[in-house]
Ligand binder design. Structure first.
Ligand code: 13P
Ligand code: SF4
Length: 338
């Protein structure tokens, strides 16, 4: 059983974007009764908890069985033999776990699990676009609802978007819903001389669209030698200044493998917290911004969902949507088999 000391050791170096916001041993003590009850319910119900890198650190280090990016967690969901999967992140990620596990109970404890990308496009939008672009392969970012996935051909995540877009056989692609990621991929394909025609939808992530290239210049000036790690949801101007572009777990791996000792992360704040905890001797410079949807997760919501899930916590999918969304997600896995 996790002790206060163990939890405090994991949380004490985390600043969540502000040097004044620190976890104290006292605060860690208050988490323990909830964590113990969650652990007991996990055993009783044969449940596992999957947690995205952005959720509050007391979840990541208190109760999560697996943490990671959207691709890594989708794979964990697929491989799991637990009867119940509690997916603490945002709704589209929990839905993806259900898409790959139709027979399992998948629970979403987040009362506000939106995402400006997933909420910015509907299945009706995709149907209309398919009529407008009948010869295009429709590629959706994983940050979409199951219904949108069900109407697309291939799903991608931030960890594989460049690889899959390059591997798709057709030369006409419609990419949705992230405009900035789409523009980044177009630049990548152009630099590779891939000669594909890519149309892009007009969605954005409200967190990543805020980062500006000038901030990168400023940080490089103030911290010579700093490595700049950028999420592909950022603008092409920011991506163009990066030392590394990749998913949240890709950034974590980059830091793990790097000899460098300072990093500037242009992504949601939660990842900076994970890195501060995992690599206390390294320096993570600059401020970071939070995603209000990811931060709506809490230990208390996980506990109440495991104890007595409300219907809004239980992911249910229409069988036709389930089947077609699975085809779209399976296509992603098939493109990644070498
Ligand atoms: P990752 O898959 O890279 O973790 O990204 C998910 C996301 O929502 C980024 O904003
Ligand atoms: Fe969606 Fe942006 Fe939040 Fe990621 S950070 S879940 S893309 S709103």
């Amino acid at each position: 059983m996790l002790t206060v000391e163990q939890l405090y050791n994991k949380l004490k170096n985390i600043r969540v974007g502000n040097p004044c916001c620190q976890f104290t041993e006292e605060r860690c003590k208050t988490f323990l009764p909830v964590i113990e009850r969650i652990e007991q319910l996990k055993r009783e119900k044969n449940a596992i908890i999957l947690a995205h890198n952005y959720v509050p650190p007391q979840i990541l280090y208190g109760v999560a069985d697996h943490t990671g990016d959207s691709y890594g967690l989708a794979k964990k969901a697929l491989e799991s033999d637990a009867e119940v999967i509690v997916f603490t992140a945002v709704r589209f990620m929990a839905e993806t776990a259900k898409i790959v596990n139709p027979g399992k109970m998948v629970l979403d404890p987040n009362p506000d699990g939106g995402c400006t990308l997933a909420d910015g496009i509907t299945a009706a939008d995709v149907k209309r676009l398919r009529e407008e672009f009948p010869d295009h392969t429709f590629v959706c970012y994983i940050n979409t609802t199951a219904e949108v996935k069900a109407n697309c051909d291939v799903c991608v995540t931030s960890s594989n978007v460049y690889t899959i877009m390059e591997r798709i056989e057709t030369d006409k692609i419609y990419f949705l819903p992230d405009k900035l990621m789409g523009e980044n991929v177009k630049n990548f394909l152009r630099d590779k001389g891939a000669g594909k025609q890519v149309e892009v939808y007009d969605g954005t992530c409200y967190v990543h669209e805020e980062y500006q290239p000038e901030s990168v210049d400023q940080v490089r000036l103030n911290f010579p030698g700093v490595r700049v790690l950028v999420h592909p949801e950022c603008s092409p101007g920011v991506v163009g200044k990066a030392d590394y572009v990749g998913s949240t777990s890709g950034m974590l791996d980059y830091v793990r493998e790097s000899d460098n000792d300072s990093f500037f992360l242009l992504t949601e704040c939660g990842l900076t917290g994970v890195l501060e905890s995992e690599f206390p001797k390294k320096q993570f410079v600059g401020t970071c911004t939070t995603c209000r949807y990811m931060k709506a997760n809490s230990l208390e919501h996980i506990l109440s969902t495991l104890e007595n899930p409300a219907s809004s916590n239980i992911i249910e999918l229409d069988p036709e949507i389930q089947k077609n969304a699975l085809r779209c997600v399976d296509k992603m896995f098939s493109y990644l088999k070498d």
